[in-house]
Ligand binder design. Structure first.
Ligand code: HXC
Length: 259
């Protein structure tokens, strides 16, 4: 499959898929085609049993500097409503395998929202996160007001969204937005390592764990607890559960089958 705005790789030995956003001159601004290509690549990785997790990245200068301002500048409210482009982002949200953002440089506006759609974020020490839409006369439109607030709390989210100020990787880490910070030359390696650690885990349990953790963000506690309990019980229908527990008792490494 060849793409115009992204590059993809299957690192089969690590069971990891890699998607790089590749619009360097525009700081990886997310036009609608970039999002469609990411969706197509994710669908390929979802269907591939040899892939257990996916890393989404940009380049050293930018993960993504936002939705493409040039694509939106002249649009009317009716155009935006008819395009309903952000509903396509829900397809990324529904990706069943773990998705890890490897962020270096700018993750702004839609770029920050795209990173937050991922399950884990590994950042380079040069990463900058922000929701500067206010400076363009708009507000975040792909989940930023909700996901940033849930991740870092009301006080900081309100400040970032109302002032448009960027936050460093250190500040993002201190407030729980990202998992880890590494020197710039290592951020992609670190994300791939994390992805391959997860990809070595039993796939059905990984998928249901992801679904269950996301419930904590997306539903009320009681509903989330019910999804978690259902998924926990369901895993006892898998061969991997039997294998994992037997291997522990027999003091050997488990062999996962993904069923
Ligand atoms: C389109 C963009 C862009 C964007 C940068 N570029 N961000 N094009 N959409 N979001 C383009 C610039 O126009 C420029 O093109 C080239 O990338 C390099 O950018 P510079 O501004 O020259 O680089 P620099 O001076 O280093 O400044 C970097 C920057 C700045 C601080 C990141 O580019 C910036 O403020 N960008 C916009 C960030 C932003 O507001 N993001 C939110 C977008 S709205 P030329 O052709 O001049 O070389 C949004 C809504 C979300 O995301 C809704 C849900 C998705």
């Amino acid at each position: 499959m060849s793409y115009q705005y992204i590059l993809t790789e299957s690192l089969s030995d690590r069971r990891v898929g890699l998607i790089r956003i590749n619009r360097p001159k525009e700081l990886n601004a997310l036009n609608r085609s970039v999002i469609e290509e990411i969706i197509t690549a994710l669908q390929g990785f979802e269907a591939d049993a040899a892939i257990g997790a996916v890393v989404l990245t940009g380049n050293e200068r930018a993960f993504a500097a936002g939705a493409d301002i040039k694509e939106m500048a002249e649009a009317t409210a009716v155009d935006m409503n008819n395009r309903d482009q952000f509903s396509r982002w829900d397809v990324i949200k529904r990706f069943k395998k773990p998705l890890i953002a490897a962020v270096s440089g700018f993750a702004l506006g839609g770029g920050c929202e795209l990173a937050m759609l991922c399950d884990l974020i590994v950042a380079s020490d040069t990463a900058q996160f922000g929701q500067p839409e206010i400076k363009l006369g708009v507000i975040p439109g792909a989940g930023g007001t909700q996901r940033l607030t849930r991740a870092v709390g009301k006080a900081l989210a309100m400040e970032l969204i109302l002032t448009g100020r960027f936050m460093t990787a250190e500040e993002a880490h201190a407030h729980g937005l990202i998992n880890r910070i590494v020197p710039q030359e290592l951020y992609l390696d670190e994300a791939l390592k994390l992805a391959s650690t997860i990809a070595a885990m039993p796939p059905v349990a990984v998928q249901l764990a992801k679904e269950s953790v996301l419930q904590a963000h997306e539903t009320h506690l009681q509903q989330g607890l019910l999804v978690e309990r259902k998924n926990f019980y369901l895993l006892f229908a898998t061969e991997d559960q039997k294998e994992g527990m037997s291997a522990f008792i027999e003091k050997r490494n488990p062999q996962w089958k993904g069923r």
